[in-house]
Design a protein. Structure first.
Length: 431
């Protein structure tokens, strides 16, 4: 993004180029901003896949890769509690081998042999080609760790520990490991390729790694007065507009001045985050990235190692938030309208005599039996004694698993619903 901004600034300020609404012009040639973005995107992809970028990283791995000594501890703790760990990456095996060996090799006694990094994972998949992995996927093959090359043919057996696999799909992978949907917590750092695809297509639990989060928290802490100022300005506008109704033709003049102050305060706040502003908000509004994080990431943190500080029975819950219509409710003010179901449009209608019914249907001799049969039907559902479904209960059968559909349905419903006797209208019964 920074490179795109630099190029747009260069072409927009160069004397030989004339700025247009969607790009710049040089004579008869037009260079759109979208074309600049596409060129930069393709160049970055080419550097990543077709050059020696990864070789350069491996030559000075201590400089480019951050090593956390608690990562091996976290992986061992997860497996010690009966869970399985897996590594799913788009990188080739040779690159994965060098990085993981660096990250998971601890400083042991010289007399003890170094532990193989593959022993920290139950399953290892390289060349996954995410996000294609979460859709139709590719052919699942097994990797020869000695040569780093793939063996001929597709692999169809059970996944084995200390083996390395290439490609595959999420559907095949989930069946082979025996875990579906909410049974899996997937940790990734790409909001689209990792989090959105795994959540929408396979309903995995997701954890997004956002390394910039520590800086975001520091600015939020140090510049909290700016956040409070923005909140106060928004409240001021709301209070000014509250006294106007449908008969008003012009709004208060002070609103435009307050909006200018909001823009100034927003700019000052954004510059504290950096030239590109905050990842999560612009002023008092959330960014598109923040809305995606809220919707698709179950949890997020600056690093996955943060999980090492929590017990494994811990349950993360989001902070309750009011929807816009709920935030306008003042408990001190009376409500002047009724909710749905408060009034029955047929309750004020007079009871229809049975003689009229007989006159309407003179040829139906068995109407008495029909009326008695209808009167025995429960037209209102039985009221449950407790909450019938707990959205936080991970033991519920996964909806995406075909094997769970219809399995033990009766016993499952009986365990969730307890009925009371139906309420009856005593007065109408006596009549």
């Amino acid at each position: 993004i920074y490179l795109v901004a630099c190029l747009i600034d260069y072409f927009s300020t160069a004397a030989t180029y004339v700025e247009d609404r969607t790009g710049v012009k040089f004579g008869e040639n037009i260079l759109s901003f979208r074309a600049i973005f596409n060129d930069v995107r393709n160049s970055v992809d080419r550097v990543h896949y077709a050059t020696k970028l990864k070789e350069r990283v491996c030559e000075n791995i201590e400089k480019y890769v951050h090593k956390d000594e608690q990562l091996p501890i976290l992986l061992d703790r997860i497996r010690s509690h009966g869970a399985k760990t897996f590594l799913l990456t788009n990188s080739e095996y040779w690159y994965t081998d060098k990085l993981m060996a660096y990250l998971l090799t601890t400083d042991n006694d010289n007399n003890n042999p170094k532990r193989d990094w593959k022993s920290y994972f139950s399953y290892i998949v390289v060349d996954a080609q995410k996000p294609l992995f979460f859709a139709e996927g590719t052919t699942l093959r097994i990797i020869d760790p000695n040569t780093g090359s793939m063996k001929l043919g597709s692999y169809s057996g059970q996944l084995q520990q200390n083996e390395v696999y290439s490609g595959g799909s999420c559907e095949v992978f989930s069946k082979l490991i025996g875990s579906m949907g909410k049974d899996v917590l997937y940790v990734g750092d790409h909001i689209f390729g990792d989090i959105i695809k795994s959540k929408k297509q396979k309903a995995w639990r997701t954890m997004l790694v956002v390394p910039e989060l520590n800086h975001e928290l520091k600015v939020f802490h140090d510049k909290r007065n700016l956040f409070n100022t923005l909140e106060a300005l928004d409240t001021t506008i709301s209070d000014l507009l509250r006294s106007f109704d449908m008969t008003s033709n012009h709004g208060p003049d002070a609103v435009s001045r307050i909006k200018q102050k909001i823009q100034q305060c927003t700019h000052e706040l954004d510059m504290n985050f950096g030239l590109l502003g905050s990842l999560f908000r612009t002023g008092s509004r959330q960014t598109h990235f923040a809305s995606q994080v809220t919707r698709f990431a179950d949890i997020y943190a600056s690093t996955a190692v943060n999980l090492v500080y929590y017990p494994f029975f811990y349950f993360f819950r989001a902070v309750p938030q009011l929807m816009p219509h709920e935030s306008t409710v003042d408990p001190e003010e009376p409500m002047h309208f009724k909710s749905w179901g408060d009034e029955n449009p047929q309750s004020n209608m007079p009871a229809r005599p049975r003689s009229i019914i007989y006159e309407t249907f003179p040829n139906i001799s068995h109407l008495d039996n029909s009326i008695s049969a209808v009167s025995s039907i429960h037209t209102h559902p039985d009221l449950p004694l407790h909450v019938t479904h707990d959205h936080d209960n991970d033991s519920d059968p996964d909806d995406d698993s075909p094997s769970n559909v219809g399995q033990d349905l009766d016993s499952d419903l009986e365990s969730k619903v307890t009925n009371t006797s139906p309420r009856r209208n005593v007065k109408s019964t006596e009549k």
